[in-house]
Write a protein that binds this ligand. Structure first.
Ligand SMILES: Cc1cc2nc3c(=O)[nH]c(=O)nc-3n(C[C@H](O)[C@H](O)[C@H](O)COP(=O)(O)OP(=O)(O)OC[C@H]3O[C@@H](n4cnc5c(N)ncnc54)[C@H](O)[C@@H]3O)c2cc1C
Length: 252
């Protein structure tokens, strides 16, 4: 009798943490509030990022000489050309956002990691991806990597429709782009309302959430408590904390 391998095995990997100094080779505005940087460095030839929601640490200089660390997603990398792509949401203030507003081709940046990866298998019946703009780089990676025809719904909150991204995917992708329109409520209200209105797909799915921490927590509670979705088949993270520079939270 043949036994089927178990489905939905999420793999966790640890990597040796490496520090690298990388140099900007190109800068492209994907939209008014999302700027893409491509970097190069000889030691990117063995850069590894196995999980689509991996993060690397970026190091910035504070005025007092301290190093400030911020987490960003490796949006793409290519060992053969020693290149790494990072997309920056251009929010109003903070060392990372300020760096992205002023960096030029040739500017250098110190990075560390990724320290670990969580690899979600491409064997779920469907995927639901909910985020603000900071989660878009990971959503882009996931959409590019998932198998042809798998249903994927994304619900992404951005400043305006001009932020909607074209992403190359073979999946059956349904995109909801929500915008921060005056009078439509705060981020939590906008995302929760959209999620409540969603017809929950049949079958076994994977849910991924990344947004401001309070927002991500509320979305996670809805998915677990109101939808009864298994905690093992979801990941929710606070990618930033309102009013708290450099902070983030992982809710598992
Ligand atoms: C695992 C992980 C992966 C991430 N990947 C990306 C990525 O690929 N691209 C990306 O752009 N971001 C990403 N983020 C989010 C990013 O790390 C935070 O937005 C970070 O706070 C930005 O640093 P900063 O120096 O610009 O602002 P900070 O100094 O951290 O914050 C300054 C102020 O701005 C607020 N703030 C921070 N971020 C935002 C925001 N996006 N919108 C509005 N206000 C904000 C803070 O609450 C604070 O009041 C990721 C976060 C995590 C945890």
């Amino acid at each position: 009798m043949s036994t089927q391998p178990p489905r939905h095995q999420i793999e966790r990997l640890r990597h040796e943490v490496r520090r690298r100094t990388i140099t900007v080779t190109s800068i492209t505005d994907l939209s008014p509030r999302m700027r893409r940087f491509v970097f190069t460095a000889p030691d990117l030839s063995d850069f590894n990022s196995a999980g689509v929601d991996d993060h690397i640490k970026l190091f910035f200089d504070a005025e007092n000489g301290e190093k400030l660390m911020r987490d960003f997603t490796p949006r793409a990398f290519d060992n053969s050309t020693q290149s790494l792509t990072i997309d920056f949401a251009l929010h109003d203030h903070g060392p990372a956002a300020n760096w992205a507003k002023t960096a030029q081709v040739g500017t250098q940046l110190d990075i560390g990691g990724p320290r670990g990866s969580q690899v979600v298998p491409d064997d779920f019946d469907w995927y639901l991806l909910i985020a603000d703009e900071t989660g878009l780089p990971s959503i882009g990676r996931r959409l590019e990597g998932l198998r042809a025809g798998v249903p994927v719904t994304s619900i992404v909150l951005v400043d305006s429709q001009a932020e909607a991204q074209a992403i190359d995917t073979q999946t059956a992708w349904t995109a909801q782009w929500l915008t921060r329109d005056p009078g439509e409520g705060d981020d939590e209200t906008r995302l929760l309302t959209a999620l409540r209105g969603l017809a929950w797909p049949q079958g076994e799915g994977y849910v991924w959430i990344a947004a401001e921490a309070g927002v991500a927590k509320a979305l996670r509670a809805h998915v677990l408590e109101e939808r009864g979705h298994p905690a093992a088949w979801m990941r929710a993270a606070g990618y930033w904390l309102k009013g708290e520079p450099g902070a983030h939270e992982n809710f598992g």
